[in-house]
Design a protein around this ligand. Structure first.
Ligand code: SF4
Length: 413
């Protein structure tokens, strides 16, 4: 007789952690629905969460260790896998030292709450600090800027869309990416409340279609639009002087107003000066406002300075840590503390570029060069935890060449 049961859990793919109702038959996941009784997600699941039932049954799922022998995969037991990896790893460490071993963990890591600590703990136990993670591929600018502005890399804020009077979106299409439960209703509710939504995007996205204003910008030039807006806000004294005095240092830099004027900015970003001034006025004069930038900003040229100006715009208008502005959610645990623990509070610098550890990682994009380089500090063994560097790293030709150059490559997926 078929045994059927329903279990409740949460999705681990992203920080929204939506509640899930999982239907299991004979130890197989049959269906996954949003948990209607979950206090936050209230039954919501995005397409990624809904597709999770396939994770267990997908034909491509690897369920036992495999070793490549003479170019062909052979199934081996777990005992054999541990023994063989150990036998090949030991002489590498003895001959070239622990730093010849590296760990990369990818975007699948959050699916297990233990992955980050076990992956980094493993490499630390070997006495190597060569850790690389996916966040340094797509969000380097974000964590760098957050640390510079708020003093902590993971001090990520969220726009209070439910209460804001003006939502200014750069390079983001929330109606399609559905990045947190209820976002569709929140976005659609803006106009019902009389709040404004302005979307800056080279494309007329699904979100831009329902916005009050769509600003079509030359791709990658958001920086100049922000400069023009900030220039106008400072010149017209539309900034929140009290907030700046109470909560910030360094606002003198902005008061000097060495930013490009709206007219100068217009020539570089392709947005008319009149529009730049209009958006600056609407944003700064709103009772509450939130400016947000997502992947379109994070992966564009000048991403660091663009994101910095975006957060500066929020601060200059007094919209940080305020209802209707940007709010900080402490989350269920402090990521900065976790990273501090697993890195022993150290911020070593990368071999190439001398970049400090960010999110507890060297820049992942430099890993292929550190494998291919000459010299005693070369990476010779790599552990990949739920990631796919051959596809996601920049310059995949060089990355594949580097992976083939390793003495040992172990992938956990
Ligand atoms: S938004 Fe999607 S990916 Fe994120 S937790 Fe919810 S279901 Fe999972």
């Amino acid at each position: 007789m078929t045994e059927r049961e329903v279990k409740y859990t949460n999705c681990g793919i992203c920080l929204a952690a939506c509640g899930m109702e999982v239907v299991i038959e004979d130890n197989r996941v049959i269906e996954i629905h949003g948990d209607q009784d979950h206090p936050l997600s209230k039954g919501y699941l995005c397409p990624k969460g809904k597709a999770m039932a396939q994770y267990q049954s997908d034909a491509l799922r690897v369920t036992s260790p495999r070793e490549k022998v003479n170019g062909r995969w052979q199934e081996i037991s777990w005992e054999e896998a541990y023994e063989k990896i150990g036998k090949r790893l030991k002489p590498i460490i003895e001959k070239h030292g622990p730093r010849s071993v590296a760990m990369y963990y990818g975007a699948g890591t959050p699916l297990s709450s233990l992955n980050v600590s076990s992956a980094t703990g493993f490499i630390r136990a070997l006495k190597s600090n060569r850790i690389y993670n996916v966040l340094t591929l797509e969000f380097t600018n974000r964590y760098y800027v957050l640390e510079k502005i708020f003093g902590r890399q993971y001090r990520v804020s969220q726009p209070d869309i439910q209460h804001t009077d003006c939502l200014l979106i750069f390079g983001h299409n929330p109606l399609v990416s559905l990045d947190h439960p209820g976002i569709t209703e929140e976005i659609k509710g803006l106009s019902k409340r009389g709040a404004k939504m302005i979307v800056v995007d080279p494309r007329l996205t699904e979100t831009a279609r329902i916005a009050d204003k769509h600003i079509s910008i030359i791709p990658g030039k958001d920086l100049f639009l922000l400069e023009g807006m900030i220039h106008h806000i400072m010149a017209e004294k539309l900034y929140d002087a009290e907030f700046l005095k109470k909560h910030t240092t360094g606002s003198e830099f902005f008061r000097q107003n060495s930013f490009r004027t709206p007219k100068e900015a217009a020539e570089l970003c392709g947005v008319p000066a009149k529009t730049i001034i209009e958006v600056a006025e609407v944003f700064a004069r709103a009772e509450s406002a939130a400016a947000i930038g997502k992947l379109g900003v994070h992966v564009s040229p000048n991403s660091t300075i663009t994101y910095w100006l975006l957060e500066a715009l929020n601060a200059l208008t007094g919209n940080i840590d305020k209802e209707g502005g940007l709010l900080f959610n402490p989350g269920i645990f402090n990521m900065d503390t976790l990273i501090w623990i697993v890195t022993h509070g150290k911020r070593p610098r990368s071999f190439f570029g001398n970049h400090p550890y960010l999110t507890g990682s060297f820049p992942a994009s430099e890993l292929p060069r550190e494998i291919l380089m000459d010299g005693s500090d070369r990476v010779r063994a790599l552990f990949v935890d739920v990631g796919n560097p051959a596809i996601v790293f920049p310059n995949s030709t060089r990355t594949k060449k580097a992976l083939q150059h390793l003495d040992l490559l172990v992938c956990v997926d």
